[in-house]
Design a protein around this ligand. Structure first.
Ligand code: SF4
Length: 287
């Protein structure tokens, strides 16, 4: 059976259940998700699906990341809400490609882990899957593994295996709408020109989840999205001993300024709200 996979959070438990129910069937995973934007996020979800399939000992095939072709397929539907017509076109594309791959591999049955996702319409997926199955003389395996205690068991599998839980469906259109409603910047699309890996960025998560295993514990902490990790202070081109205080931040690489005010051993620069504090003052403050 060819199993289309959208992400590890949805596929891990879904594959476990399929294997339990179809114990005589060899399952093959198929990661085909050109809807995911940006490409780094696509790589992150793929990496975690690979890890999940390795844990489950299930072969995985990666489809083509034809993002521009996917954009053509949803053209005119960009403003549709989630679960609307854009999602129908997106399901059409992903299930159609799954069917083509199943035919290529001579597999007679196919299904999709999208069926377990709480934000997806099972009815829509069922109709698209059944229509494609009828057209190509295949079997579409419709299963509702999320009802009953399914969602709870799925969450347990996610926790036990430390799977990467994304917080948006995948495409740029849903992401933009979500961040707009949250009044947040779309920092998933930020790429520092210095190639610096920012805390909690997709690039950092790629490294983090590459090295994760079930023996580790994940603890989330809140912090500023952008912070200065290192820096130096020069006066008249001569570098002076200094420390950059934790949570300092700056939007530029170099800032030149003059001291506007000197109050109680704190120098206030005329640029970017920078303060220079004497070590003596800092030691007293942090005592
Ligand atoms: S919201 Fe999700 S399912 Fe809908 S079009 Fe975007 S990526 Fe596809």
């Amino acid at each position: 059976m060819l199993v289309h996979i959208c992400c590890s959070v949805d596929s891990h438990y879904f594959l476990e259940e399929l294997r339990r129910e179809f114990s005589n069937e060899k399952l093959i995973g198929f990661f085909y998700d050109p809807n995911i934007h940006p490409y780094g996020e696509y790589l992150l979800r793929l990496q975690d699906v690979k890890r999940s399939c390795e844990i489950l000992n299930i072969d995985l095939i990666e489809g083509i990341y034809n993002y521009e072709a996917w954009l053509d397929k949803v053209r005119g539907l960009e403003d549709e809400p989630e679960k609307g017509e854009r999602c129908t076109a997106c399901f059409d594309d992903r299930l159609n490609e799954t069917v083509q791959k199943a035919i290529e591999l001579d597999e007679k049955s196919f299904t999709t882990s999208l069926l377990i996702s709480p934000l997806k319409s099972q009815e829509k997926l069922k109709k698209i899957g059944n229509d494609l199955a009828q057209k190509h003389n295949l079997n579409f395996i419709f299963r509702d593994y999320r009802s009953g205690k399914g969602a709870e068991k799925q969450n347990q599998a996610v926790k036990i295996n430390k799977l990467y839980r994304q917080d948006y469906c995948g495409c740029i259109f849903a992401l933009s709408k979500q961040r707009e409603s949250q009044n947040k910047l779309i920092d998933e699309t930020f790429s520092p020109i210095t190639n610096q890996i920012l805390p909690s960025s997709i690039e950092e998560k790629l490294i983090f989840y590459k090295n994760i295993d079930s023996s580790k514990i994940i603890i989330k902490e809140s912090f500023l999205n952008y912070r200065l990790l290192s820096g130096k202070v020069s006066i008249n081109n001569i570098t002076v001993p200094s420390r950059i205080i934790f949570y300092s931040h700056s939007e530029r690489n170099n800032i030149s300024g003059k001291i506007d005010y000197l109050i109680d051993e704190v120098a206030y620069l005329n640029r970017e709200n920078i303060k220079i504090i004497s070590l003596q003052k800092l030691n007293v403050a942090f005592k």
